[in-house]
Design a protein around this ligand. Structure first.
Ligand code: CP
Ligand code: NVA
Length: 307
């Protein structure tokens, strides 16, 4: 029987040792690329990229990562495929597995991602669902550690909406053993499934509603858009999320050398002010760059090419 494909679906599903080896491979390939000595472990491999929703970073970084590693990307949108006309996700998985060596998908419905993975005989990578965004947080971990060393034992604060990026930060906190302080408006608090998961795992994650309390003495402050793809009630969200904006006053409660992170795209003047996102503590464009390098570690792991 052939070996089960190595899917990259969520950070909390993989052992810490494998996650660390992906990050180490990402850093090594980044250094080689910067030294103009690119490595090409994916020669002859093809990645299908399916986007049901828009993307700048995920799309371009996976595309460039495949090319730099010697492989070929194929860009597809759900609307252009028979998926858009009702072909099942399971049949799509079976067909694509006969052509390509891996599939990366951005699709809001997390169960559809799981169905794709269950029916594919090649690795499937989660390029964002409504529930999680693990590739983003791998790049964020890489960025934190480049600037500040190991994240274990540090404190990351999240203030704003409860969303897919927060879920992946929570998964990372549990695996990498750092503290995560979360502040959301009560009506946008993490759902029961997340609260139960936090309890069950014993992860050092505090779920609260006070932004200043969450940020106090943090090593890193993170936020994201107030209205994620697929969200409704934008105006209501803007009203209740105002107190969670990351501005200079809120940053002043964190450690003086705290980093500011945001996965981008940012909505300046909403979840973050210009003075913070353009300020000296912000590493948002390093995070964006590291999407490219982190994808390489993820791809190499999926293809069993991590050295
Ligand atoms: N951060 C992120 O995933 O950006 P895109 O939506 O542009 O891919
Ligand atoms: N939470 C955002 C992330 C975008 C990269 C969204 O889902 O729209």
């Amino acid at each position: 029987m052939s070996k089960a494909p190595k899917h990259f679906l969520d950070i909390n599903e993989l052992p810490l040792s494998e996650l660390k080896s992906m990050l180490a491979a990402s850093s090594a390939m980044k250094a080689k690329q910067k030294a103009h000595q690119p490595v090409k472990p994916l020669e002859g491999k093809t990645l299908a990229m399916i986007f049901e929703r828009p993307s700048t970073r995920t799309r371009v970084s996976f595309d460039v990562a495949m090319r730099q590693l010697g492989g070929e990307p194929i860009m597809l949108t759900g609307a252009e495929m028979q998926l858009g006309r009702g072909e099942t996700i399971a049949d799509t998985a079976r067909v694509l597995s006969r052509y390509v060596d891996a599939i990366m998908i951005r699709i809001l419905n997390h169960d559809a991602l799981l169905e794709l993975a269950a029916n594919a005989t090649v690795p499937v990578i989660n390029g964002l669902t409504r529930r999680s965004h693990p590739c983003q947080v791998m790049a964020d971990l890489m960025t934190y550690e480049e600037h500040r060393g190991p994240i274990e034992g540090k404190t990351v604060a999240w203030t704003g909406d409860d969303n897919n990026v927060l879920a992946s930060w929570a998964h990372a906190a549990e695996r990498f053993k750092f503290n995560l302080n979360v502040a959301t408006p009560p009506e946008l608090a993490p759902k029961k499934a997340m609260r139960d998961w936090v309890k069950a795992t014993g992860a050092s994650i505090m779920l609260g509603t006070d932004a200043e309390a969450a940020v106090r003495d943090a090593d890193c402050v993170v936020t994201d858009t107030w209205v994620s793809m697929g969200d409704k009630e934008g105006e209501h969200r803007h009203n209740v999320l105002k107190p969670y904006q990351v501005n200079a006053k809120l940053m002043s409660f964190a450690k003086p050398d705290a980093l500011f992170m945001h996965c981008l795209p940012a909505h300046r003047g909403e979840e973050v002010t210009d003075e913070v996102i353009d300020g000296p503590q912000s590493v948002v464009f390093d995070e964006a760059e590291n999407r490219l390098h982190a994808q390489k570690g993820i791809l190499a792991w999926c293809f069993d090419a991590v050295k």
